[in-house]
Write a protein that binds this ligand. Structure first.
Ligand code: ZN
Length: 230
């Protein structure tokens, strides 16, 4: 029986042979995110994160394909994964705007990364997500841009492994707002929301420096970590 091999499949197989290329979502051979993983991404639902001082919308739970893509982007510095994750972020921003109906223009303020991490990775992941999502939203006709209105005042300890109250304590006064407030509305941008400690500190710092924050948006969140005692 003749086996029909499409050019695409042939290229995927060749790519795997040459460089071990595979889908960052599931590991299937290929040069890109596979169709199944793209479909899984599209099935993810937007969520509103409760319990914070401002409305927060995320595009997915932090699990499965979303988690694999975020980890691959961060650990492998895979810039190719930023646009697809930024699309999810842009959906979350658009949903937030529908809920709050803020004054425009919109200013996306990414949570600042540790400078040392940026140097080590060669990628400011959250900043890149924000910039790419802003471009996508502008292409949809929205007035939106990125401003770096937050900076780290001190470097917090690694949050992983800390309990909820320790995470909040670790981040207290870690950020500082900068730049003069502008007309329009600020949306804080993060990659993954866990306890909400990072967003709470960002909200505090931006409020102190006079920025009008209407909410926050992120790619994903881990709902259990808010109640699971970690
Ligand atoms: Zn896949």
């Amino acid at each position: 029986m003749l086996r029909v091999v499409t050019m695409d499949r042939l290229m995927d197989a060749a790519a795997e042979l040459l460089v071990g290329a595979c889908c960052a979502g599931c590991g299937a051979p290929g040069r890109d995110i596979c169709r199944e993983c793209r479909q899984a991404l599209q099935r993810e639902l937007l969520h509103s994160v409760p319990g914070l001082a401002a409305p927060v919308v995320v595009s997915a739970h932090y699990r499965g394909v979303v988690r694999s893509l975020v980890l691959a982007a961060k650990e492998r510095n895979d810039l190719m994964l930023v646009p697809v994750l930024a699309e999810r972020l842009a959906l979350a921003v658009a949903a937030l705007v529908d809920i709050v109906e803020p004054a425009t223009p919109l200013w996306l303020v990414p949570i600042p990364s540790n400078p040392a991490t940026v140097v080590q990775r060669g990628l400011d992941f959250t900043g890149s997500l924000a910039a790419t999502a802003a471009r996508q939203l502008r292409a949809q006709g929205r007035q939106v841009a990125v401003i770096r209105a937050l900076r780290q005042r001190r470097r917090p300890a690694d949050q992983s492994g800390l309990g909820v109250s320790d995470r909040f304590a670790n981040l207290r006064n870690a950020y500082q707002g900068r730049g003069r407030p502008r007309s329009g509305s600020v949306i804080i941008i993060d990659d993954v929301v866990t306890t909400g400690a990072t967003l709470s500190e960002a909200l505090r710092a931006l409020a102190v420096s006079g920025h009008r924050v209407m909410g926050a948006a992120a790619v994903a969140w881990t709902p259990r970590s808010r109640t699971g005692g970690r």
